[in-house]
Design a protein around this ligand. Structure first.
Ligand SMILES: NC(=O)c1ccc[n+]([C@@H]2O[C@H](COP(=O)([O-])OP(=O)(O)OC[C@H]3O[C@@H](n4cnc5c(N)ncnc54)[C@H](O)[C@@H]3O)[C@@H](O)[C@H]2O)c1
Length: 247
């Protein structure tokens, strides 16, 4: 399959979970990749044999300066960026009521979940505008649509991401660039593994299909959203929740 042949995708959080499965899918379908993650060793161990097609960058994407420098390096190597997928994210502390939330932890969650997606999109959009083509996907969460009790920082940061997709979708609608979000319910990844059991039960109990989503399901939907086929949907938050959100 070569659905992404000739295209360049930048993916954050690509060393694990959703980012890793989306990266593998786009690679299999012919894309060249720039993969950004704190965990450079994990990136290299997954993609070492594809070094002609894949650029692995160990980076903390909460640094706007590092993000800008990295985008310049990607453009120097591949010449363009067609696709941006923002996957890096953390839940921060959970299973806490709002009056118990640490302000410092809330800032930390926003810094990664919202600010870094602003930094990456701000850095790549000028190249997409020059090419009159782009596909941006921000991974949000059902928590951003519905608000998960016990997850103030995470839910509010993901609602902010959904808001950003709506704004950016409209701003670049006449420039060949679509900007969308994706709202998964629960997919078993290291992010979920470290959460308190009670919080995970709260989330999974709300899924009408009575199961978690799979990484394959996430990668398939994400690949469609960032493909040329997705040409008339922008500013939208795609659902991946086994029926939890029907809007
Ligand atoms: N797994 C789920 O159930 C679920 C549900 C809804 C939304 N999401 C969202 O999907 C996205 C991916 O989640 P996942 O479950 O694959 O998580 P994960 O923990 O498996 O992967 C996240 C990756 O982000 C990287 N990362 C963390 N901080 C970083 C930083 N400062 N700079 C660069 N990289 C950093 C980590 O090293 C890791 O490789 C997140 O935005 C998450 O909020 C996940």
């Amino acid at each position: 399959m070569d659905n992404f042949k000739g295209q360049v995708a930048m993916i954050t959080g690509a060393a694990s979970g959703l980012g890793l499965s989306i990266a593998r899918k786009l690679l299999n379908e012919g894309a060249q990749l720039a993969l950004l993650d704190l965990n450079e060793n994990a990136l290299l161990s997954s993609f070492d044999e594809f070094s002609d097609q894949v650029m692995c960058v160990g980076i903390d994407i909460t640094s706007q300066q590092l993000v800008e420098e990295t985008v310049s390096k990607i453009l120097a190597r591949f010449g363009k960026i067609d696709i941006l997928v923002n996957c890096a994210g953390i839940t921060g502390q959970t299973n806490l009521k709002s009056h118990e939330v640490s302000t410092e932890n809330l800032h930390k969650v926003f810094e990664l979940n919202f600010m870094s997606s602003f930094y990456t999109s701000k850095a790549v959009i000028p190249n997409m505008l020059a090419n009159n083509y782009g596909r941006i996907l921000h991974i949000a969460s059902i928590a951003g649509k519905e608000g998960n009790a016990g997850m103030l920082a995470y839910s509010a940061s993901k609602a902010a991401v959904i808001g950003m997709a709506k704004v950016q979708g409209k701003e670049y609608a006449e420039n060949g660039i679509t900007v969308n979000a994706l709202a998964p319910a629960v997919i078993q990844t290291p992010l979920v593994d470290v959460m308190p059991e009670a919080q995970v039960k709260y989330m999974t109990d709300k899924i009408p299909m009575k199961r978690c989503g799979t990484l394959e399901e996430a990668a398939n939907l994400a690949a469609y959203i960032v493909s040329p086929l997705n040409s008339f949907t922008t500013g939208f938050t795609f659902d991946l929740s086994g029926g939890r959100a029907t809007y």
